[in-house]
Ligand binder design. Structure first.
Ligand SMILES: [Zn+2]
Length: 496
């Protein structure tokens, strides 16, 4: 990326004061005509400025400019999760461009909504007059007609929370290679890579008094990083790195100051295929046979939200080591991933439904629920020839209406026992650690074949589970052994 704009010298900083997270925060730079501009939304009224955070004793920097209340939307069309009827006012905006990048972004937005709603339901149970608000907006930037950076920022607040919670998420896309990019694809985040030093320098310039907190800048500080016009935008979630009084700094590392710390845009050979996992060394991992020994421990690895380009790598590992897994596929992805789905079946794995388009099923009426489940089952059966008597709802979200329709359709609901939060941490080491910490005999482990980091984690998880004596079985096999061979009960929720 050669374009270092003259105005790149400036540090674009915005204090994302949480109460005003409804507003967009990055000044929109002057730009040439954009590919698919979207009309600005009507600005919302500005809430009063929040008071300084008394607990930290640090005064916010005095002369942070007011951010302009406009959004930069250069990618996709704004999609909205909205609810202004109930006690939880919801306004979550995210871009959708009609391609393969939409789903993970929508999954994230729905997860934000779902998890806040679940938390708020507990608050409502204690206080029926409680009120809450989720407010999330985004900016998106298209650079060199090739790179897309998306910055989602907002907050979740309710009347019984001591303070609003930051919601921060970035996405980066390389349109020419058709892949998501991660911070380590964009910046050299090593101790000597230069990005850390530049972030420290810019933060201490912009936030007098912050330097005492900046000793430990490491790659985690860059976990929310986006490709912007003038530089690489780093968003620091409130309270995660600096005291709350600093708000949610958004720092732009200008291209012309990044030097060799900028990896993005360097000519690289095409992506090599994922590295094949190391062959088992001595002592060899015992390959799993097709029969199950009920006296030995067993687990069901499950993978949601695929099939994706990372699913084949997981299948390679299962083939190599001899385990089986269950894939909860999103119906509208099954046709495009039919080869992957068919191969999973050849390897003895199971493929069951995970809704047609990853909607929160508890929000749908009975007719829509039937359509979601029947269409997904039909898409899977068209490839596998099998329609399994169970499914997993997105987010594991279940209500009575869903149970009733599941019962009517003869489907059990399968959730999980162990959740390594792989969708959240996107860190193969953390996924491995969480699974190995929580795994027990006859548990169901949730993961997502949507993420390369999860597939990478499986390079260690699968052989390690086998070497600890676990048999890697399908959900059907696990539930059969756990429930003494009884048939699954339609409408019942199983988590082990
Ligand atoms: Zn899912």
């Amino acid at each position: 990326m050669k374009k270092a704009l003259p105005r790149a010298l400036c540090l674009v900083l915005a204090l994302l004061l949480l109460a005003s997270c409804a507003q967009e925060t990055v000044p929109a730079p002057p730009r040439a005509p954009l590919p698919s501009p979207s009309p600005e939304k009507t600005p919302e009224p500005s809430p009063p400025p929040p008071s300084p955070d008394s607990e930290s004793g640090v005064t916010p920097p005095p002369d942070v400019p007011e951010p302009p209340y406009s959004a930069t939307v250069e990618y996709g069309e704004p999609e909205l999760i909205k609810d202004n009827d109930g006690p939880l006012f919801t306004y979550i905006r995210f871009p959708q461009a009609g391609g393969g990048f939409d789903m993970p972004i929508a999954v994230w937005a729905n997860w934000v909504y779902q998890s806040a709603r679940e938390e708020f339901e507990d608050v409502l149970a204690a206080d029926e007059n409680a009120e809450g608000e989720i407010n999330v907006h985004f900016n998106s930037y298209l650079t060199d007609d090739r790179y897309v950076g998306i910055v989602e920022t907002g907050s979740f607040a309710h009347s019984h929370a001591p303070r609003p919670r930051d919601i921060v998420r970035t996405f980066n896309i390389d349109l020419s290679r058709e892949i998501f990019l991660y911070p380590s694809d964009i910046l050299d985040l090593g101790p000597d890579g230069g990005a850390r030093a530049l972030l420290r320098e810019l933060l201490s310039e912009a936030y007098p008094g912050s330097s005492v907190f900046l000793g430990d800048i490491d790659e985690r500080w860059f976990s929310q990083t986006a490709i912007g016009h003038d530089g690489i935008i780093v968003v620091l979630e409130r309270y995660a790195f600096l005291p709350g009084a600093f708000g949610t700094p958004m720092v732009t590392l200008p291209y012309d100051r990044l030097g060799s710390a900028l990896i993005l845009g360097q000519e690289r050979p095409p992506e090599p295929p994922p590295p094949s996992p190391p062959k088992p060394s001595s002592p060899p991992v015992p390959a799993q046979s097709g029969t199950i020994d009920p006296d030995r421990p067993m687990v069901a690895l499950t993978f949601d939200d695929g099939p994706s380009r990372h699913t084949p790598h997981i299948l390679d590992l299962l083939e190599q080591y001899g385990g089986r897994a269950t894939f909860f596929a999103v119906g509208n992805l099954v046709g495009g991933g039919r080869d992957t789905v068919a191969r999973a079946i050849e390897l003895g794995c199971e493929v069951a439904g995970h809704s047609w388009d990853h909607k929160d099923l508890t929000k749908l009426d009975e007719t829509a629920l039937r359509t979601q489940m029947l269409d997904t089952a039909a898409a899977i059966e068209a490839v596998t020839g099998v329609s399994l008597p169970f499914f997993r709802p997105p987010y594991g979200a279940v209500n009575d209406r869903l149970k009733n329709v599941a019962r009517e359709l003869g489907l059990a609901i399968v959730n999980w026992t162990v959740d390594p939060l792989d969708w959240k941490n996107r860190d193969a080491g953390m996924v491995y650690d969480a699974i190995m910490r929580d795994v027990r005999d006859r548990t169901i482990i949730l993961s997502h074949d949507l993420f390369g980091t999860t597939a990478q984690a499986m390079e260690r998880v699968i052989p390690e589970l086998l070497s600890q004596g676990y048999q890697l079985v399908t959900v059907s096999e696990l539930l059969r052994h756990t429930h003494d061979g009884a048939a699954l009960e339609a409408g019942r929720v199983y988590s082990r």
